[in-house]
Design a protein around this ligand. Sequence first.
Ligand code: IMP
Length: 196
Amino acid sequence: MPRKTKAPRTIEFPSGEKIRILIPSARIQKRIPELAKKIRADFPNEPLHLVGVLKGAVFFLSDLARHIPGEVSFDMIAVSSYGKGSHTSGQVRLTRDLDSSIEGKTIIVVEDILDTGLTLRYLLDIFQQRKPKQMRVAVLLDKPERRIAPVQADYVGFTIPNEFVVGFGLDYAERYRNLPDVGVLTLNDHSVGPRK
Ligand code: IMP
């Protein structure tokens, strides 16, 4: 018997917006422990300091932190790079700094998505000046087609096509962060992006 391929699940909202599920929560929950294991295997005896980028990385960081065995601490930083919708301004600004110094620490920068790379490039340059012992980057999603800045992640959950996604921390105008899956957003029959 040929295997049936399931059509991707689509969620419709009263606003007319639709989300086509790209990565179901079960796959995310399977992948995060794999990344955590790899990170610990790369640094078997090091205390690790996770640096999450608010707000998109909140769920990824909290799941990742709980799956890395041994000594783990974390801190959060916030930047603003995108406006309210899905268009990038291209400019990155620090809106909340870390609580504590990263000097001499092994830090893992935790980001929701690596898109143009402008945000991460900006942050990595700042962090480098603060003299961490070692620095690595973990992202849940990578959209390599969109890259402008020279940056790549050491740990990638999923590589995705150039589509505007929401869920598992990612938002559209602050909405849909709470969706447990990652999906492609369509606004009243127009997909969002690609972004300029
Ligand atoms: P970059 O500076 O272009 O790499 O973008 C980084 C930030 O843009 C991410 O941390 C997200 O907040 C936001 N972003 C990029 N792509 C998407 C997307 O597809 N959906 C939601 N937010 C996105």
